[in-house]
Design a protein around this ligand. Sequence first.
Ligand SMILES: C=C(O[C@@H]1C=C(C(=O)O)C=C[C@H]1O)C(=O)O
Length: 357
Amino acid sequence: MSDDLLKQHRDAIDAIDQQVLQLINQRAEHARTIGEIKGGGVVYRPEREAQVLTRIKELNPGPLSGETCARLFREIMSACLALERPLTIAFLGPEGTFSQAAAIKHFGHAAATLACSSIDDAFRVVEARGADYVVAPVENSTEGAVGRTLDLMVTTPLQVCGEVVLRIHHHFLRATTGLSDVKRVYSHAQSLAQCHEWLNKNLPEGVERISVASNAEAARLASLDASSAAIAGDSAAEKFGLVKLAENIEDEPNNTTRFLVLGYQNAARSGKDKTSLVISAPNRPGALHALVEPLARNGVSMTKFESRPSRTGLWEYVFFADVDGFVEDAHLQTALKELQDVAAFVKVLGSYPQAVI
Ligand SMILES: C=C(O[C@@H]1C=C(C(=O)O)C=C[C@H]1O)C(=O)O
């Protein structure tokens, strides 16, 4: 290719960048003004953000993919929102966990993330208004529900206002190379379970599997001791400077974790919403059927139904249901009223936009 031609395209890119820069800043000015109109109230609008990202995907002419454009706009919105007021997001730490990756995926890099030592602490700091939102794992496609998050949702005054879906890739990490002299491997119990088959096939006999509070903690421990290894994701590997001895070792190739975003805020209707409920039934035959029936009869489509032993002792089980639609939708209102007649307890955890990216 001639140097002339290269220069022409680079000049065109420079001119476009200048326009893009101006346009992004014009956008930011509008966001700042919107912040003034909001007058110091709630700045983050999950339904509006979901609409912006959906529209970008629909409008996208390519050649960049809709996903890629949505991620770029995710960062632009994050920076615009930070001009109104920067947000702080609590997550299960330490730095480098998948929960932190989920928080950044949802809120972008302009949000500050606050590492907490447990899911309980992450909820507590938001309940005490020490952070704006908590991003907590709720279910994994291979391992099922995250019980602690479900239990906390029963009693928390916080509302669910968003969801984040994150593909989870696990790597086998060490401070040094080679597999033969590994004595122990650290990871979170769920990650050890998600990589169970790979570990059985590839680890030498007698290697201890030790579950620790988080994958990032596992990576930290492995970075301190050359005879240890860790299973963790990219951000933990980078943070602790570990060598990736094997990549994507999860048994299930579509391994995905879903996180919920909670805060003192109800999301407004976005047009593509979900509602999370917790319901409990009196302990008698047919009680479960009685819970599902009003939803089915009113045409409420259920995307998740999960049972969990009740911790109050009052009821044997509580049920977590996700349904399509917004809590104020007429058919959902009717179903909820009917549900209240047959259930021992019904709590609407929140209506929120379906994950867009
Ligand atoms: C600008 C606004 O505030 C925030 C920033 C948004 C944006 O940059 O597009 C969208 C929603 C809000 O989270 C708004 O409410 O429209």
